[in-house]
Design a protein around this ligand. Structure first.
Ligand SMILES: [Fe+2]
Length: 348
């Protein structure tokens, strides 16, 4: 028991479900009645899809030509919501052969603006058309007063924001008629108005709304360096039964801070944190994000296959990987990519 939370046994079912006799009714998806208390099933009852890759335009021909043995793909929702050209044709082909998960960057759940139900309508329609296994977005805001910053901006983590976001998450889930899966962001600044740590803020959202958690382990690491907190404490403190999916990715270490660039291999420390998170949660679907300086498909595929060795508990030596160094020697470009910039500017 840590911080008042039960800890799932490695590889086993959520411990609280072992303490009583399951009832016969399941009131809402992802919950099981134990005695008089509703318990959340691991991953909200959603499947562990295996090892997934973020679908990117540069890999279309590779995938269509070879149908690689990837367990599932994640798409950036906004890249396909309004597309009826080649991207949508390719997605339809892929969705006939692989499970697809939708990952959005425009919900802006933390904004003081009202929800955009036109956006949600298109999001829901695409999810139905491609039979998306789940739909995710970020704990962030992307704009205000109708202006889009095209960035995933942090929120002040206090009671006022919490109440605001919980109401909006409930409205989104009611509209989508499915759980929303929310991702912890990477961040580079903190608000003076914040009154609680990120792990507590996110935990209270997911527990109040019964939504899912997309645990980006790289983001935990990036923010832990930028804000000087213990990433393992963060991983042990979240409600593990709500974790539906993992993200892993590369980043850029600038020495004084880290930027979430998704432009290289996953470093050893992030893989080690992933192993801990996988054990604590009893397992969920890992997904590799590689969004800038994207190499050929075989390199991306090989990177996510490393996850299996950490899941299996094998000792892995990736010391020869160039990205294992704490700081990049190449210095990178003056502008760094960010998840919100991964939405294609043009339809191909
Ligand atoms: Fe992510």
């Amino acid at each position: 028991m840590l911080n008042g939370r039960p800890v799932a046994k490695p590889g086993g079912p959520f411990s609280r479900l072992e303490t009583g006799t399951p009832g016969t009714g399941t009131d809402t998806p992802g919950t099981t009645t134990v005695g008089t208390v509703d318990m959340v099933e691991p991953r909200l009852g959603l499947p562990n899809l295996g090892l997934g890759i973020g679908l990117r335009t540069v890999h279309y021909n590779d995938i269509l030509g070879h149908w690689p043995p990837v367990d599932w793909f994640e798409i950036i929702s906004e890249n396909y919501m309004d597309s009826h050209g080649r991207p949508r044709y390719v997605l339809d082909q892929i969705s006939e052969r692989y499970p697809i998960v939708m990952h959005g960057v425009s919900l802006s759940i933390g904004s003081s603006d009202a929800l955009n139900f036109e956006y949600l309508k298109r999001l829901k329609a695409l999810a139905a058309q491609i039979k998306a296994v789940w739909v995710s977005d970020h704990v962030c805001w992307t704009g205000v007063a109708g202006c889009n910053s095209h960035d995933l901006l942090p929120v002040p983590m206090n009671e006022q924001t919490l109440k605001h976001m919980i109401e909006k998450v409930r409205d989104v889930q009611d509209f989508l008629e499915r759980p929303l899966i929310l991702e912890n962001p990477s961040s580079y600044l903190a608000f003076a108005d914040s009154t609680m740590p990120e792990w507590e803020f996110i935990s209270r959202i997911v527990e109040a709304t019964e939504c899912g958690l997309l645990l980006d382990v790289n983001n935990v690491y990036v923010s832990s360096v930028n804000h000087e907190f213990d990433p393992e404490f963060y991983l042990r403190s979240i409600p593990h039964e709500h974790v539906v999916q993992f993200h892993v990715a590369g980043h850029t270490n600038l020495g004084t801070h880290i930027i979430d660039t998704h432009d290289g291999h996953v470093i050893d420390r992030v893989w080690e944190l992933f192993r801990l998170a996988y054990q604590l949660t009893g397992g969920a679907s890992p997904l590799l994000e590689w969004d800038a300086q994207i190499p050929e498909f075989s390199v991306v595929h090989a990177e996510i296959l490393k996850a299996q060795k950490y899941i299996d508990g094998e000792a892995v030596d990736f010391s020869s990987d160039e990205a294992s160094a704490p700081a990049r020697a190449d210095g990178h470009s003056e502008t760094v990519p960010h998840p919100a910039s991964f939405v294609r500017a043009e339809v191909e």
